[in-house]
Design a binder for this molecule. Structure first.
Ligand SMILES: [Zn+2]
Length: 523
């Protein structure tokens, strides 16, 4: 039995975010993943808005979801029409879902200025739209739009709207904090009144404009709400929706409210990452519970603390949500960071005093030149291998040349790279074009190496960042290049530093390929 039910609206509200758009394939993958996570309701979208949403409702049936119920979303009927003649309600029924979520107005200002109808007329259309739906689908959820703003403006009327939905037979009444500007105290205050007036189970739907969507949702649950609506990673319009990832962690681990199983909780990070991937957005490393930095320790004091007892500087055991502790290596580091790091990579450095000293010295030296290993752990792992005398030289560079040519004003430049490498005494020469010099060099290098190391072809450049380090020197400054690569299974970061951006990129590219080959050989 669950204490709180989870309602995901990533596929509807989440897609309102300005840079998010999912294909039908993505949407089906998302639905399947939400089922795995133990989400109770999956809102698939508004079937009337576009063909893709309508297709989704047809296709999602083939997934045969065992637990999650699919909901279609739409508005209460239009003023002046009978429910049976209303086109919105008709489209919702065509989606043929076990759950329908109807959104309706509860703020007198919206009734007056947006709908431009009388207050009583709005109550009628809420009640008869809900009643009409309830006769035709298993479960009807009423989303009370702008409820908390409405309650502030006119508490009596806002609650009358909820009563209309209750009279219509709604299974759930969900209080929406649509504009995202209310405080947890407002939520508690309103719920105090609502819970006395309404018997129907209550839910809450918060937006994040004051960065309080999670806090407001938690306040709602404290006040007895038993359904929470949000999106994975907080995707949503403006500043986003309530982040279900954080709320699941908080409900389960802080409040002792059951909403997923321990095995599902352990998928939290994996789910979060997949959604970023599908949305084509860099994961937020500082995201609570699931971000890369959520359990990362840098200062020597914190590190020696967590090594003795993780509770000293961690609010939960990261393993519970599928995350892990990370110890960062930097010039703040001591011996224990390096030994810990080695252990993470499966290398026992406990009795390798000389190597550890060497690694520390090298790290500090490189960091003083501008290298940074916190986002380039692959480069650091290679450095450990080197200190242990185990780093393999996969190829030798004979030389490369990169040409950038711009033939006409207003025309895009062309980049071309040629490269010569030697592998086990065999010379190989390759050339490639690219949309920029680094891209051309990357292509040429891979082309030259694929013959010897076919796995190189799996490597994908996921992110490329250049940072100017020494300010004041203008274009003569030192730059640091960070590259994030992936091969469908893992992601890894590498680094290069130079006055020359091509050289810095080259170093990071070589590390990326060396790491891929090292990683595959270790398997
Ligand atoms: Zn919303």
């Amino acid at each position: 039995m669950k204490d709180v039910l989870l309602y995901d609206t990533t596929l509807r509200d989440g897609c309102q975010a300005e840079d998010i758009s999912f294909t039908l394939e993505d949407k089906l993958r998302i639905a399947a993943k939400l089922e795995e996570l133990g989400i109770d309701y999956i809102e698939g979208g508004y079937p009337g808005s576009n063909a893709r949403d309508a297709d989704f409702f047809t296709q999602v049936k083939k997934l045969n979801l065992k637990h999650a119920k699919v909901a279609s979303f739409g508005t209460t009927r239009k003023f002046g029409a009978k429910p049976s003649q209303d086109i919105n309600l008709k489209v919702l029924l065509q989606a043929d879902t076990p759950v329908v979520t109807l959104v309706g107005k509860t703020w007198d200002l919206h009734v007056r200025d947006d709908l431009r109808i009388g207050q009583k007329a709005n109550l009628d259309l809420i009640a008869d739209s809900v009643a009409y739906m309830k006769k035709r689908v298993d479960e009807v959820i009423f989303d009370a739009e702008h409820f908390f703003d409405g309650f502030r403006a006119n508490p009596e009327y806002a609650i009358d709207c909820l009563k209309a939905a209750e009279d219509g037979g709604a299974d759930w009444i969900v209080l929406c904090e649509t504009n995202g500007g209310r405080l947890p105290g407002d939520i508690r205050d309103a719920l105090n009144h609502v819970s006395r007036a309404i018997k129907t189970p209550l839910g809450i739907h918060c937006h994040n404009d004051g960065e309080l969507a999670v806090a407001n949702t938690m306040a709602g649950v404290e006040m007895g709400v038993t359904q929470v609506q949000g999106t994975i990673n907080g995707f949503g319009e403006r500043c986003g929706n309530m982040n279900l990832i954080s709320v699941i962690g908080n409900l389960q681990l802080k409040m002792g409210k059951r909403c997923v199983t321990p095995a599902q909780l352990k998928k939290l990070r994996e789910v979060s990452q997949l959604f970023y991937e599908l949305a084509n957005i860099q994961p937020n490393k500082r995201q609570a519970y699931v971000g890369d930095s959520a359990f990362a320790h840098k200062g020597g004091l914190h590190v020696s603390g967590v090594l003795k007892n993780p509770e000293t500087y961690e609010h939960i055991d990261p393993d519970l949500v599928g995350n892990r502790q990370r110890v960062l290596v930097s010039d703040l580091s001591g011996r224990s960071n390096v030994v810990y790091k080695g252990k993470e990579y499966g290398i026992d450095l406990q009795d390798q005093g000389d190597a550890v000293k060497d690694i520390l010295r090298r790290t500090k030296e490189l960091e003083s030149q501008g290298y940074e290993f916190q986002a380039a752990e692959a480069s650091f792992e290679l450095l450990i291998q080197e200190a242990l005398g185990k780093k393999k030289k996969n190829f030798q560079l004979i030389g490369f040349r990169v040409i950038d040519e711009k033939r006409k004003e207003g025309e895009a430049p062309i980049s071309e790279a040629t490269i010569q490498v030697q592998v086990d005494g065999v010379l190989e020469h390759a050339a490639a074009m690219g949309n920029g010099p680094v891209n051309a060099l990357d292509q040429a290098l891979r082309r030259a190496l694929t013959k010897f190391y076919p796995a190189v072809e799996q490597v994908e450049l996921l992110d490329y960042k250049v940072r100017v380090l020494s300010s004041g020197e203008g274009t003569g400054a030192v730059v640091r290049v960070l590259i994030e690569s992936g091969d469908g299974k893992d992601r890894w970061g590498t680094v290069g530093v130079s006055h020359n951006v091509i050289e810095a990129s080259w170093q990071a590219l070589v590390d990326s390929i060396d790491y891929k080959l090292y990683k595959d050989a270790r398997r």
